[in-house]
Design a protein around this ligand. Sequence first.
Ligand code: NDP
Length: 288
Amino acid sequence: EKTGVAVLGLGSMGSALAGALLAGGHAVRVWNRTPGKAGELVARGAREAGSVAEAVDGSDVVIVCILDYGDVGPLLEQAGGPAGLQGRVVVNVTNGSPEEAREMAERVAALGGAYLDGGIMAVPEILATPQAFVLYSGSRTAFETSRGLLDSFARSVYLGEDPGLAPLNDLALLSGMYGMFGGFAHAAALIRSAGGPVAGFTSTLLVPWIQAMAGALPAMAEQVDSGDYSVTGSPLAMQVSHDAIGDLSRAQGVSPELWAPVLALMERRVADGHGSEGFAGVVELLRG
Ligand code: NDP
């Protein structure tokens, strides 16, 4: 028999999660603060609950997906008194901080539930496709018992017992993504400043180049872990000896503001005596 599951919050992501659970054959109860968002899910077999307590009652797993982390605790307290979450697994995929996740785990434990914090690495449109994955941290037992259900969303990645691990890794992944988006923005501005179409450049040159360069990251990561940044190929001093990217940008009327902070870190590493080492050493400058 498939697990009974409640989905609290039917925004764009919550609705997609509920849809994936229905597709997985689960008995789904849905609840949303503002009524009237459950129509399509109900047509596909979900049961709409009139209150949080009604949604949670009879559900082994409770998925929470609302806008603000600060509203999750009060929402769960509506689950029906001290016994409301007894023996249930709460999976909160609302985005928050590691500290908030640790506090939520304690709050849920006080209400009798087991807790998993989740970070969805997908937009609603690609949920339940091979590109998507979801990070989980918190109770290992809770992860193992609800794994079959969670796999309806996407590939499930369990990171460990510390509930803060999912938001930490989620935000680290977004940092990597925004670095790449920033690089794209600068490259696109350079190509456009020369009158070229950005689309052809991006698909035939930039994407393959970024994919090739991503292959260098595991070796750079090894250097960060070991603290040994020695390289043979292209040392930092050579890379910053002449600011070719900044010069070209200014000549083309392109703002160097995305490039400048990266250059500044590389120059600081050289000034600190690490000019013969590789780029990964800039991580040392980012320690708090
Ligand atoms: P939406 O804006 O589409 O929906 C927000 C939902 O939160 C609505 O159902 C809303 O209810 C509910 N809500 C807001 N405040 C409260 C409250 N105080 N009590 C109860 N319910 C409340 O947001 P998303 O679905 O896109 O995002 C939800 C979470 O998922 C966020 O934490 C987001 O960071 C995360 N996420 C979203 C992704 C995305 O691409 N959309 C990707 C990865 C994570 P009502 O209808 O009553 O307003």
